[in-house]
Design a protein around this ligand. Structure first.
Ligand code: GDP
Length: 308
């Protein structure tokens, strides 16, 4: 009996079953019939990578790396695909990836990112995952700017059966963070996951607020927050990059979760984010359900990106 290829298993593990950016199909078209690679075909490969939102710099570097390894003139799409896949996975692994460790309880996890990226859903998904691993958690509604955000977190908390630390809309998010850390410590919880605002009146105000929350947590519990997780929406493609850079610079981001990788043609943005920020991608969101969060695996991701 033939065993399924390792990559198929890895792909399934990543939870990406749907549409991929379709680079595989483009490679097959470019190298149809084992055609010898020309300047034009390499330019087409670069273009296919850029179309998937890998970014111009990374696309050029990837093509150069694969090209420099080529010793024969006639190439086939599978060979190019395998080499690109290896190179993408290698680069991503260099930046770091995968899940994170919790420290001595309580670990404080701060979630940052603009509204609509899936931040609150991701907090819930991660809480569900930690719960499945036998960890006790609480959620904290640090986005006091929007009453709906507090309500949304309460609903997730009820569904998950975990405590939610919240105050009224308009309250000081630093005070919510302080309460949350105190409650987590008093209850002996493993982790507290703090949701934060994704939009205030100005970007400067938002960053100042995040800095303040961090400072409150640090003072209350030295060494925390252990993780500052940036949530980014893959469907925003290259536009998300500028956002990511701002948060990475100002909010002390330690890890990235990229959401909505299911069914986007812009999934290459993962490469662009990792290359630009040099911060590990830890999980990817692959759907709207609580279980749709997968630890990021560079090999499985590269396989998915180049499939189709
Ligand atoms: P927030 O404003 O950043 O807190 O965003 P929400 O958590 O409210 O999510 C915004 C929308 O994105 C909701 O409809 C979520 O169900 C959806 N969403 C979140 N993560 C994913 C994902 O990984 N895949 C898909 N397809 N939708 C997602």
């Amino acid at each position: 009996m033939q065993r399924p290829p390792r990559d198929a298993a890895a792909l399934a593990a990543l939870g990406l079953r749907g549409l991929s950016p379709g680079i595989g199909a483009r490679l097959r078209a470019i190298f149809r019939g084992g055609r010898a690679a020309t300047e034009d075909s390499w330019a087409d490969v670069e273009e296919a990578l850029i179309a998937a939102d890998v970014g111009a710099v990374a696309a050029l570097e990837l093509v150069d790396a694969v090209r420099s390894r080529s010793t024969i003139r006639a190439r086939d799409a599978d060979e190019i695909r395998a080499e690109l896949r290896q190179e993408i996975a290698r680069r991503l692994a260099e930046v770091g990836s995968g899940t994170f460790e919790l420290g001595p309880p309580p670990s404080v996890l701060l979630f940052v990112g603009v509204n609509g990226t899936g931040k609150t859903t991701t907090v819930a998904k991660l809480a569900a995952r930690l719960g499945r691993d036998g960890r006790s958690v609480a959620l904290a509604a640090g986005d006091t700017f929007r009453a709906a955000a507090i309500e949304q977190l309460r609903i997730w908390g009820e569904q998950l059966g975990v405590p939610v630390i919240a105050q009224r809309a308009g309250a000081d998010p630093g005070a919510v963070a302080f309460d949350a850390v105190t409650a987590a410590e008093a209850r002996g919880l493993d982790a507290v996951l703090i949701d934060t605002a994704g939009r205030l009146h100005t970007k400067g105000q938002l960053m100042a607020e995040l800095t303040k929350i961090r400072r409150v947590v640090e003072r209350r519990l030295p060494g925390q927050p252990r993780h500052v997780i940036l949530v980014l929406d893959a469907t925003t493609g290259q536009n998300g990059l500028a956002q990511a850079e701002a948060f990475a610079a100002d909010a002390g981001v330690t890890g990235v979760i990229i959401t909505k990788l299911d069914g986007t043609a812009k999934g290459g943005v993962v490469v662009a984010v990792a290359e630009r920020l040099r911060i590990p991608i830890q999980f990817v969101g692959v759907g709207e359900g609580l279980g749709d969060l997968a630890p990021f695996d560079p090999h499985a991701y590269a396989e998915w990106l180049l499939s189709g």
